[in-house]
Design a binder for this molecule. Structure first.
Ligand SMILES: Cc1ncc(COP(=O)(O)O)c(C=O)c1O
Length: 466
């Protein structure tokens, strides 16, 4: 490997995109990343995946990991436990919404969601309702790249050639401004799905409490959540929240569930739990879910080699210590609304920007056709990709997502800085980000001038992202 960019012909790595040139990042410091030529990038995406909530190169977390590794890095949890796992379970229960009492550790977001599926299924089987397996979930979501988690979305563009492996769950459209601003249409779709499956066959409703990449910072209207809770009461399915991104402070509360008018039964979390210093995820459940297993078979035999390992759990507890000591969840709650306002102000006169959404430090910008702001941008313009490429060129890491073929989502960008960013760093991120959007928007307007009408709703380009 030589140079500052790696292309697939010059590496043994199998990269996600074989025609992309990847900057080689050699070090990080706080909200900054540096490549092998010494170029610096502002990290407005917390490591690119929203995991690095506490910034890069924190000596305190490295020190905790070093000490734990010297004492006991690893034991498996099938027959043994360890103090680090025990402590982190207690810590998580102490910050989780009321009523969450048990934690199962895994090593990432998709595994946490799969554990949530397994817990929901176990709950019903243990209670003597083995017919309940079906899941209903919003179509426009991202829950991970494994086949079980892909089946929680309704996105053929994301499934690609894996479609034969995708379980046939049922999906409802998102309650966005285009489809269902009141949330009533989604509830009607939920009723139809329940009827189609037969409510006695439904195990769970699965969703992101506040969406991440699939619909950045979007959450359904209050009416939807209330209607969902009524239907849980009536039909007996469980509600699982994917808080892989939103858990551990991202939205200005320990969990996004804290903002909503219902309490889920199961929560999956990951990214911010290890904050980029350990590959750790966790699935939490309320006491009645645990009780079903305790009063039934007494078994929940799901184990990954690294689930609950001391090294990972020690880092998880240290992350919670930092969040508490530096009052970072409070900082995100207090600073988030202003950050959103600053971004909104910076983009106020860009016709291509339809919405700036935000909860804490999870912000999203959605784009529309500047000629008719009720239409999405023509997919063939590839606006999301252009924004990311220009941002990288200008030393800014953000992440945009492409339109979906069903029209549920157009081009959108995520903006999710580390919680430790200073006001000056946030201001610079906003300035760079707005500058990139502005310049791409100007280019797009010029290109659209020549066109009679857009290709809105055209199939998404191959390889639809998260
Ligand atoms: C909302 C959400 N759920 C699940 C996942 C999958 O997590 P992981 O990549 O750790 O398996 C992601 C990853 O981006 C995510 O954003």
């Amino acid at each position: 490997m030589t140079g500052t960019l790696v292309e697939s012909s010059a590496t043994r790595v199998l990269p996600p995109e074989l025609d992309r040139r990847y900057p080689v990042i050699v070090r990080g410091d706080g909200v900054w990343l540096e490549d092998s030529a010494g170029r610096r990038y502002l990290d407005a995406m917390s490591g690119g995946s929203m995991a690095s909530t506490l910034g890069h190169s924190r000596h305190d977390l490295v020190e905790v990991a070093r000490r734990q590794a010297e004492e006991l890095a690893y034991v498996h949890t099938e027959r043994l436990t360890n103090p680090a796992q025990e402590r982190l379970a207690r810590e998580l229960v102490s910050v989780a919404p009321d009523g969450f009492t048990r934690v199962h550790f895994v090593t990432g977001g998709a595994e946490a969601n799969e554990a949530a599926i397994r817990l929901a299924r176990s709950y019903h089987v243990e209670r003597g309702e083995p017919s309940r397996w079906q899941i209903v979930s919003p179509a426009q979501a991202y829950h991970g790249p494994t086949t079980a988690t892909l089946s929680l979305t309704g996105r053929p563009g994301l499934w690609g050639s894996l479609e034969p492996y995708i379980a046939s769950h049922l999906h409802i459209p998102p309650s966005t401004w285009r489809f269902d601003p009141s949330g009533e249409a989604a509830l009607e779709a939920l009723d139809r799905a329940l009827e189609q499956a037969g409510p006695e066959n439904v195990a769970a409703f699965f969703c992101e409490a506040i969406s991440a990449a699939a619909l950045p910072a979007y959450t359904p209207p209050k009416r939807f959540w209330e209607g969902l809770a009524e239907r849980r009461e009536r039909y007996g399915f469980l509600i699982c929240f994917d808080e892989v991104v939103t858990g551990m402070g991202r939205t200005g509360a320990w969990f996004a569930a804290d903002h909503l008018p219902l309490v889920p039964d199961i929560i999956a979390t990951a990214k911010g739990l290890g904050a980029g210093y350990a590959a750790i995820g966790a699935t939490l459940c309320r006491e009645h879910v645990y009780d079903a297993i305790a009063q039934g078979s007494g078994r929940f035999p799901l184990g990954h080699t690294w689930g609950g390992a001391p090294l990972l759990c020690a880092v998880g507890s240290a992350v919670i210590d930092v969040l508490r000591e530096e009052r970072l969840v409070e900082r995100v709650a207090e600073r988030g609304p202003r950050l959103r306002q600053e971004l909104e102000d910076a983009l106020a006169d860009v016709a291509m920007v339809r919405e700036v959404r935000g909860h804490g430090y999870l912000l999203g910008v959605s784009y529309v056709d500047p000629r008719n702001r009720d239409e999405l941008l023509p997919a063939d313009l590839g606006v999301a990709g252009r924004i990311d490429d220009l941002a990288l060129e200008r030393g800014l890491v953000i992440l945009s997502t492409q339109p979906t073929g069903d029209g549920y989502a157009g081009d959108q960008s995520l903006f999710a800085p580390p919680f430790i960013a200073s006001d000056a760093e946030l201001a610079e991120m906003v300035e760079r980000f707005a500058g990139v959007i502005r310049d791409v928007a100007a280019e797009v307007e010029r290109e659209l001038e020549g066109r009679k009408d857009g290709a809105a709703g055209a199939a998404a380009p191959a390889g639809e992202g998260r």
